[in-house]
Design a protein around this ligand. Structure first.
Ligand SMILES: CC(C)(COP(=O)(O)OP(=O)(O)OC[C@H]1O[C@@H](n2cnc3c(N)ncnc32)[C@H](O)[C@@H]1OP(=O)(O)O)[C@@H](O)C(=O)NCCC(=O)NCCS
Length: 389
């Protein structure tokens, strides 16, 4: 599409952006929304037709995540939209590629988004990952109530919980580190007096709670946010939840897919969250460099196929550079061939090499796939709905 000008938006584009957005997603028409959009305009890339009209846009927010126990930059892509009369001309695709190119220049390793249709983004190299399970359980499923040493939090949640949160989320892949972003997610969780809300620090875990009256269904204890960084923390958090027995019949909480509550109860009590998220390596060199390297005397070469982000395509090998991984281009014969989507699955700890091969996302020998899966360090993906952008 050559007759289109692509650039980031500024405050003069607010009305045009709101008009386009109204058509695609709608929005609450209030001052707060206008202020929020105004703040976000510099993160939004737009396509303008030859009359200067905004005909498509896509937002790219900068976050930080953890992968394999290390912090990496994350580009959150949202609100991809093209005016109906300009659709099917490759504009969405072009804006998305522009966001990737700019993030790549800034050294951002990964990108995440919530798809309207997973197939649309799979064609562009994004991979759906399991995120978490939302359960609505009879409160007795949390075990027996017992006394726990819980410290009620009075002031701002961020000040009280951010260090503990960091200790917890480093154990997951592709979570939101909550250190950067266009807004502060802790603000939305802040307990408000008069709403039966509370928050507790349990040392190795925390809980942000609210009691909700569900009429004839009784009372539900909503766990609005929680994390634990050890078995002791988890057990204390569940004991505190269980102590609401008698006051609440149900508990609603969201847990990682490999939490014991999910193992035992998902098939009875899981609720849809429509929270599918997809992840993509923006630049394979940035995404795979800097992990703790295991002793590896024989680096294995693998080919990456990535038609949408051609800078990633080629044959690479993972080397051990003074104790950390480094991805290098190589002339060696590749021993496996991977769709770029396989990287999110393997490095994210979401699927085994065998599953990735069965999905048709990799072929050849499994040694390179095992080396990539090892970067996850046994961690699995987790992303709480609270962190949706
Ligand atoms: C989805 C949307 C952004 C696509 O915009 P677009 O500029 O028409 O997309 P492109 O022309 O770049 O499409 C690239 C390819 O994606 C596919 N595609 C486009 N629209 C699609 C749709 N609605 N569903 C599934 N695939 C689609 C096509 O394969 C297309 O290639 P083709 O035209 O050669 O077949 C646009 O339809 C839109 O604004 N929808 C409403 C808002 C929305 O739902 N946004 C998604 C938020 S995650």
């Amino acid at each position: 599409v050559s007759d289109v000008n692509v650039r980031y938006l500024g405050s003069a584009d607010l009305e045009a952006y709101m008009a386009l957005r109204e058509h695609s997603f709608g929005y609450p028409d209030d001052d707060e929304t206008r202020t929020r959009f105004l703040e976000r305009l510099p993160s939004i890339v737009g396509a303008f037709d030859r009359d200067g009209r905004l005909v498509a846009s896509a937002s790219g927010f900068r976050f930080e995540t953890h992968v394999g126990g290390r912090a990496q930059g994350l580009l959150g892509i949202a609100a991809v939209q093209t005016a109906p009369a300009a659709r099917r001309r490759g504009l969405a695709r072009r804006l998305i590629r522009r966001l990737l190119q700019d993030a790549r220049q800034q050294g951002i390793a990964w990108s995440m988004l919530y798809p309207f249709d997973p197939d649309f983004y799979a064609r562009l190299g994004w991979q759906s990952l399991p995120s978490s399970v939302k359960l609505r359980l009879p409160i007795a499923a949390c075990g027996a109530p017992s006394h726990v040493d819980a410290h009620p939090i009075q002031g701002p949640l961020r000040a009280a919980l951010a260090p503990l949160y960091q200790r917890c989320v480093v154990g997951w892949n592709f979570c939101d580190a909550r250190t950067a972003g266009p807004w502060d997610g802790w603000d939305d969780l802040q307990p408000v007096p008069g709403t039966r809300s509370s928050a507790y620090d349990l040392g190795e875990a925390y809980l942000v709670l609210r009691l909700r009256d569900d009429g004839a269904d009784g009372t539900t204890l909503e766990v609005r946010d929680q994390s634990w960084c050890s078995a002791a923390g988890r057990s204390a958090a569940l004991a505190l939840v269980a102590s609401y027995a008698g006051q609440a019949e149900w508990v609603e909480l969201e847990v990682p897919r490999d939490d014991p509550l999910a193992w035992s109860w998902s098939d009875w009590y899981a609720r849809p969250t429509r929270g599918t998220r997809m992840v993509r390596a923006i630049d394979v060199g940035t995404a795979l460099t800097g992990f703790d390297a295991q002793q590896r005397s024989d680096p294995v070469a693998f080919e990456i196929v990535d038609p949408f982000a051609a800078w990633n395509a080629g044959t690479w090998q993972l080397e051990n550079d003074a104790g950390v991984t480094r991805l290098c281009a190589t002339q060696l014969q590749p021993r496996a061939r991977l769709d770029v989507r396989a990287l999110a699955l393997l490095v994210g700890g979401a699927a085994s090499p065998a599953a990735v091969q069965r999905a048709g996302l990799a072929s050849g020998e499994s040694a390179p796939l095992r080396a990539l899966a090892a970067l996850a360090g046994g961690r699995t993906p987790h992303h709480a709905s609270n962190d949706r952008f």
